[in-house]
Design a protein around this ligand. Sequence first.
Ligand SMILES: C[S@@+](CC[C@H](N)C(=O)[O-])C[C@H]1O[C@@H](n2cnc3c(N)ncnc32)[C@H](O)[C@@H]1O
Length: 250
Amino acid sequence: MDLKRRIPLLRWSVWRMATGARNISRTGQIGDGREAAAVDYVLNHARAGDIDDVLATIDRFAYEKSMLINVGDEKGQLLDAAVRRADPSVALELGTYVGYGALRIARAAPGAKVYSVELAEANAVNARRIWAHAGVADRVTCVVGTIGDGGRTLDALANEHGFGSGTIDLLFLDHDKDAYLDDLKSILDRGWLHPGSIAVADNVRVPGAPQYRGYMREQQGKTWNTTEHKTHLEYQSMVSDLVLESEYLG
Ligand SMILES: C[S@@+](CC[C@H](N)C(=O)[O-])C[C@H]1O[C@@H](n2cnc3c(N)ncnc32)[C@H](O)[C@@H]1O
């Protein structure tokens, strides 16, 4: 693997991300147009209808062009394994970005309907283009909103997409790290998880979701059974990260 892949600080697009941190929380994008550029790159370079090639092309863009905040190839394998374990009919992702994570879920669960909730309309537009190119637009849906928006998005999931008691087999939390726990609890309050549902949480160490991690530790063996996977932050091997995989015990 070349040095720039291993050592992120050698890459300008990684430095540019630091200045884009404020943009990300406000607009869901870094602020230099890299997300739209990633979509163009995929449409121009990846074989249409080939999920593997679309994912590999997004990874190549993130390594060689501009770093993206996808779950990425290394943590993505943990996600894939959790999805296969859950064997979902319905999966819900929180935080769509360019649609990479939802596409990984769709690949690992070819029979599943995948929903992804995203704060930023511009990200929804980008992700839908990528999903259409990969040929999964009929079973991957982006819902624009947030779980914490006073019930609007939760109601849309219920009324427009049929979410109800025990619907969610696989939940992937990869959005606002401070919202992981509240959003999980809102979903639990709706009764949408069932014993055996799996929740996967990215970035639990970096940027960090300490409340969520503390809750899962406190609930260990009671309502949740959690495995903490040690891994690395996306698209490099210098900074470590944690992915939590938690089975709901009911
Ligand atoms: C780390 S990226 C998601 C990456 C994606 N899961 C993947 O692996 O390809 C985080 C995304 O969450 C979105 N976001 C931030 N706060 C959110 C919230 N409260 N609800 C839904 N989406 C949110 C951001 O706009 C951004 O697109």
